[in-house]
Structures are given as structure tokens and as C-alpha cells.
Design a protein around this ligand. Structure first.
Ligand code: MN
Length: 288
């Protein structure tokens, strides 16, 4: 199943170039009251929602996907977990560009030592919204990454079992402003965490470990890699993260970016493509 969120509060089932409005299926969700759960309600109940989504699809309005403003496929993630350098060639690139990374020794170490970090959920957008640069005087970089969405509570999960805890996959763009501050701050600017174009449920992508992907800026290929080259694979990352904290339904793991990271500026157009998921175009503007 490919599920998108669009036009603010609608849910769609993606079928080729068409989206079927299945928002009616959300009526099957339990009512919540304050304080709301700190996880994503739709992802937590995705298996139970499937029949309602299929039923709604039978009579739902059909629209070309190109006509919709796509939002982040995950509405309320509790955590945006991110892997730092998780491709060997990108680690070499970071070490070669030490000045760009302000000689931050933590950025030069391997992920097994550095661990993971978090990005603010307020930085999250979908491809229907532009990335907005707040600091145009600094370098602002793109990073394309496989984003993993957690299906259910995962605490001390072993890698061998980890894929049972995955709801699905989507494309992540982890935007970064360069500078001396903590990484989590420089990646948490409003609009700097992009997810899209939709969620591909895990049953459609049984092996996340061999997906080719590419990021173009203004038509020029900047990053081109395969998830086979991840240092810590998707199951490894779930094991690593869940040793430190419980992962909850809708939590997102940005799995790290390959080499080819480079700057964008207002007016640029990023085009991300991921085997097994799809493609999306994201514009870059300056913040007002
Ligand atoms: Mn990243």
C-alpha cells in the first residue's frame, strides 16, 4: 500500500499517477483526548485501518497526484531519529572537508561511536511545501536518505527481528545549515526535514537493503547511491536506537546520507528518486 497525506488533512491511496481519497477511513481511529498520545495515531492503527482504507477506496474521489499538495506522510511522529555519517564514502568526504565541518571531531568518527541524534518534529514538511532557507549567508546542504517509519513499540529489539517493527518507508531530505552549532540545532530549522512523497508499507518493500536512489539539483545529479552501502543497515539502526530508547509508532529514522552532499540556494529545485518508493520534487526558497 502507498499512503499519502494531502491538502492539509486528507489521506490518499496512491495507485500509479492517481490518488484515491480514503480520508473516510480515519473514522475507524479511536477518539483521543488531551493529553494526546505522543505517537502517530494512524501508523499505530495502520493494520486495523487497512480494511477501512480498501472500503473507502472503492468509492473515494480519484485525483491526479500532480494536482495535490503533498504533506509529510507521517502527521505526528514522536521522534525524528537521524543517523549521522552512515555511508563510508560520505565519511571520507566529511574527513576531506574538515573545515566545512568546523573540525568537529565527533563528525569524523564512525557511527558505531557517534551514535544517533534527534531533529525537532517542528522541522517536518512534505514535498508540497518548499524548503525555506533562514540563513542564506551560510551554506545550506541537501542530504537524501532512506526514511524508516516504525510500526509499533520497539524496545531492545534485536536486528534479526527488527524489520517486524517497520511500518514502511519514505524518502527523507535532511537539510542542514553549516556552522559551529550542535548538529540537532542546525538540522531542526523549520522545513529542514522533508518526508515524501508517500509511505510505502513494509509488505511492498521486504528488503530495504538494496535500493538505488538519487538526488538531482536543477537537473544535475548530486547524490547517487544504494542502501546496500549503509554502514549500519535498517535492522542494525533499529537495534542500535532501541537499545537507548523505546521507538514508538510513527517514529522516523533518517538512515544517513551518501557522498555528494552539496549546497542549495533559493530558486533551486531538488528532485529525489528512490527505487521501490517513488520520486518527489522540492523547491528551495528563502524564508520570509
Ligand atoms: Mn543526514
Amino acid at each position: 500500500m502507498r499512503i499519502c497525506r494531502f491538502n492539509g488533512n486528507s489521506i490518499g491511496l496512491v495507485e500509479g499517477d492517481t490518488v484515491v481519497d480514503v480520508t473516510a477511513a480515519l473514522r475507524a481511529l479511536p477518539a483521543v483526548s488531551y493529553p494526546c498520545p505522543r505517537h502517530d495515531l494512524m501508523i499505530a492503527h495502520l493494520d486495523a485501518l487497512r480494511p477501512a482504507i480498501e472500503q473507502a477506496a472503492a468509492s473515494g474521489q480519484r485525483m491526479p497526484v500532480a494536482d495535490l499538495k503533498l504533506d509529510s506522510p507521517i502527521g505526528n511522529p514522536g521522534k525524528l531519529v537521524a543517523a549521522p555519517v552512515n555511508y563510508t564514502k560520505h565519511l571520507e568526504e566529511v574527513r576531506e572537508q574538515a573545515d566545512l565541518h568546523h573540525q568537529n571531531q565527533a563528525h569524523m568518527r564512525q557511527i558505531q561511536e557517534t551514535g544517533l541524534f534527534l531533529m525537532a518534529t517542528s522541522s517536518l514538511i512534505g514535498p508540497g511545501e518548499p524548503v525555506r532557507i533562514r540563513m542564506p549567508d551560510r551554506r545550506n546542504d541537501h542530504e537524501i536518505e532512506l526514511a524508516v517509519v516504525i510500526a509499533r513499540q520497539a524496545n531492545n529489539v534485536k536486528a534479526a527481528d527488527a524489520l517486524d517493527y517497520v511500518a514502511g518507508y519514505t524518502i527523507g531530505l535532511d537539510m542542514t545549515v553549516r556552522g559551529p552549532e550542535e548538529r540537532s540545532l542546525r538540522k531542526s530549522l523549520d522545513t529542514f526535514s522533508v518526508l515524501g512523497p508517500w509511505l510505502v508499507t513494509a509488505d511492498e518493500l521486504p528488503d530495504p537493503g538494496n535500493l538505488a536512489f538519487e538526488l538531482k539539483v536543477n537537473g544535475e545529479v548530486r547524490q547517487s547511491a544504494n542502501t546496500a552501502d549503509l554502514v549500519l543497515s535498517v535492522p542494525d539502526l533499529i537495534e542500535f536506537a532501541s537499545r537507548f530508547y523505546t521507538l514508538h509508532p510513527g517514529d522516523v529514522i533518517y538512515t544517513g546520507t551518501p557522498d555528494g552532499v552539496g549546497p542549495v540556494k533559493a530558486g533551486d529545485v531538488m528532485h529525489a528518486r528512490f527505487e521501490g518508493i517513488g520520486e518527489m520534487t522540492v523547491r528551495v526558497e528563502n524564508a520570509a
